[in-house]
Write a protein that binds this ligand. Structure first.
Ligand code: PEP
Ligand code: MN
Length: 338
């Protein structure tokens, strides 16, 4: 429930509403805004009877929010959230963040060469999976903690914060120790225990959209993290499963402006997993920025032909450098738009 106050409502009127909400056993959260004062009501598990609220002095309107998310919604938090990832600002009016690197950490040589290449091209966050959610058990499953160390080493060497995936709660200590940004992958978007646990951390989180998740389910998953207190969340569209098999997934770009209407959280796009096809990655990366994405996550391997995971969708250093050059022109053009 959202209580919208009159423009000229006094402090005392706002306080009286807060007291009334508290008396109902619920939490009142004032929502700062230049246009209006509003009070979000949290803690209810169903419809709230508003009869003790609607007639209080200064109350203009009571809006019943039927969505399964509140904390992530723009109604409750009108201003865009900016997430600080070890000094790199993501969201709001900041320049689009460029996360890049191999699908998986494979070796020191591979990680160092890939990190050097993406840094040289202008990426500002390094990616690399150490715990890999693979479809089949007979494929490369990642280097685990050894991979985390190599990722950290490469990030430090080339001055980039690092992002990596966590698959279960038991890996969280390790991942928090080595990574600046914790990724929850598509397959775990609705692993509610994991969501609650990362919600308790003071560590930024990247939540990828589940491959068959609706936008409402995606935002409800994000709500789990904010509900535990962690506000440092970035969303990521990475394609959804449709009837189409010519591409690995179907990139749902409309989700970018839509989520920006519905939520204050930053949203980035991963054109690599969204297409699965190297040749399609650059053009979809550009389309994502035109759609307003707060950044991109792109798989880059120093030698994609030898990649142990997702080589077909990985750019080589030359292709990534070309893409970054094209994107810088596009970003300048977009920034100049009113
Ligand atoms: C990944 O980023 O390596 C990954 C496995 O992505 P997704 O969860 O989107 O499939
Ligand atoms: Mn991958």
């Amino acid at each position: 429930m959202l209580i919208v106050m009159e423009h000229n409502a006094s402090e005392a009127a706002v306080e009286q509403v807060r007291e009334a909400v508290k008396a109902m056993g619920l939490t009142a959260e004032p929502i700062p805004g230049s246009e209006r004062t509003a009070i979000g009501v949290l803690g209810n598990q169903g419809f709230v009877d508003d009869t003790t609220i609607v007639h209080l002095p200064g109350v203009r309107e009571v809006i019943h929010v039927s969505k399964p998310y509140k904390l992530v919604s723009r109604d409750f938090h009108p201003r865009a959230t900016v997430v600080d990832v070890a000094g790199v600002q993501v969201g709001g009016d900041n320049d689009a963040v460029m996360m890049a690197g191999p699908c998986s950490v494979e070796s020191e040589e591979q990680m160092m060469a890939s990190a050097a290449a993406v840094r040289q091209a202008g990426a500002n966050i390094l990616r690399g999976g150490a715990f890999k959610p693979r479809t089949g058990p007979h494929t490369f499953q990642g280097l685990g903690v050894e991979g985390l160390k190599l990722l950290r080493q490469a990030g430090d060497e080339y001055s980039m914060p690092v992002v990596t995936e966590v698959m279960r709660i038991g890996q969280l200590d390790h991942v928090c120790r080595y990574a600046d940004l914790i990724q929850i992958g598509a397959r775990n978007m609705q692993n509610f225990d994991l969501l609650k646990e990362v919600g308790k951390l003071d560590h930024p989180v990247l939540l990828k959209r589940g491959m068959s998740a609706t936008i409402e389910e995606f935002l409800a998953a994000a709500e789990y993290i904010l509900a535990e207190g962690n506000q440092r969340l970035i969303l990521c569209e990475r394609g959804i499963r449709t009837f189409e098999r010519a591409t690995r997934n179907t990139l749902d770009l409309a989700v970018v402006p839509l989520i920006q209407q519905l939520s204050h959280l930053p949203i980035i796009v991963d054109p690599s997993h969204a297409t699965g096809v190297r040749a399609l990655v650059p053009v979809m990366a550009k389309a994502a920025l035109v759609a307003g994405a707060d950044g991109l996550m792109v798989e880059v391997h120093y030698n994609p032909a030898t990649a142990l995971c997702d080589g077909a969708q990985s750019l080589d250093p030359a292709a990534f450098t070309r893409l970054m050059t094209e994107l810088s022109g596009l970003r300048a053009y977009l920034a100049a738009q009113p």
